[in-house]
Ligand binder design. Structure first.
Ligand code: CTP
Ligand code: CA
Length: 226
């Protein structure tokens, strides 16, 4: 609805967005996953498209609808998500909103693990690739690389560390301690952490965070000060 009437400040730009969780299989019926509805990532993809960007949305398994007018690549695992993002490049900007599982089972059983009296299976884990860090450190990286940091403690310090470690230009820091009800809820209170400092945004619903972030991305790309 908001498509008409908005200045097309991202016309001609290609932007990649990751959203949702990843699912890391343990066996044919079980998986490891993060809690993520995909609402924030999908809303950001839609808001960027509303400003005229060509958007590739790389989404893990979610139950919400695909945003209209956007190319959606559906993936299950972190490794598939990384491959789909690399496939979508080049891009002018990339926004990594997905709640990627940090670990996967070292081995995926091809047969369902069965219960046996008196024993529990030992689950050996291995680390998944960091998609944001991989892209953030590529020599041909997008001009603007934005990540999210969901934290329950030391929000801004952790966000700042992630900015440096992952080679991002901005981290949207999100307090997900349970009293804020962010997970699965409508509202978000975020801070934008860049090398220039910290911008505190008021409590906004996720679509409003998305619109503001899309406008922020447009401004940064236009300013060329990335
Ligand atoms: N991210 C990613 N690939 C991963 C893990 C995280 O692309 N394997 C991205 C997320 O999409 C987000 C940012 O990195 O934009 C921060 O994710 P987060 O889980 O907060 O950071 P981690 O580095 O995994 O640290 P931790 O979970 O220990 O806080
Ligand atoms: Ca993580």
């Amino acid at each position: 609805e908001a498509l008409l009437g908005q200045p097309q400040t991202l016309a001609g730009r290609h932007i990649v967005v990751t959203s949702g969780p990843t699912h890391e299989p343990i066996d044919p019926v079980r998986y490891i996953a993060n809690r993520s509805s995909g609402r924030q990532g999908h809303a950001i993809a839609a808001a960027l498209a509303a400003l005229g960007a060509r958007v590739t949305l790389v989404s893990g398994p979610v139950t919400i609808a695909d945003p209209a007018g956007i190319t959606v690549r559906r993936v299950e695992t972190a490794r598939e998500m990384l491959a789909a993002v690399e496939d979508a490049l080049p891009a002018d900007a990339a926004v990594f909103v997905a709640a990627v599982a940090d670990w996967r089972a070292e081995e995926t059983a091809t047969r369902k693990l069965k219960k046996a009296a008196g024993t529990t299976p030992a689950l050996a884990l291995t680390e998944n690739p960091d998609i944001l860090a991989t892209i953030g450190h590529r020599p041909d990286r997008p001009l603007l690389v934005v990540g999210f940091a969901a934290e329950t403690d030391d929000l801004l310090a952790n966000a700042r560390r992630k900015l440096d470690r992952k080679g991002a230009d901005a981290i949207v820091a999100n307090d997900v301690s349970s009293e804020h009800g962010v997970m699965g809820g409508a509202d978000n209170t975020v801070h934008i952490v860049t090398r220039d400092g910290v911008e505190a945004w008021p409590k906004l619903d996720k679509s409003e965070v998305a619109r503001r972030l899309a406008a922020w991305v447009a401004e940064r790309l236009q300013g060329g000060d990335t």
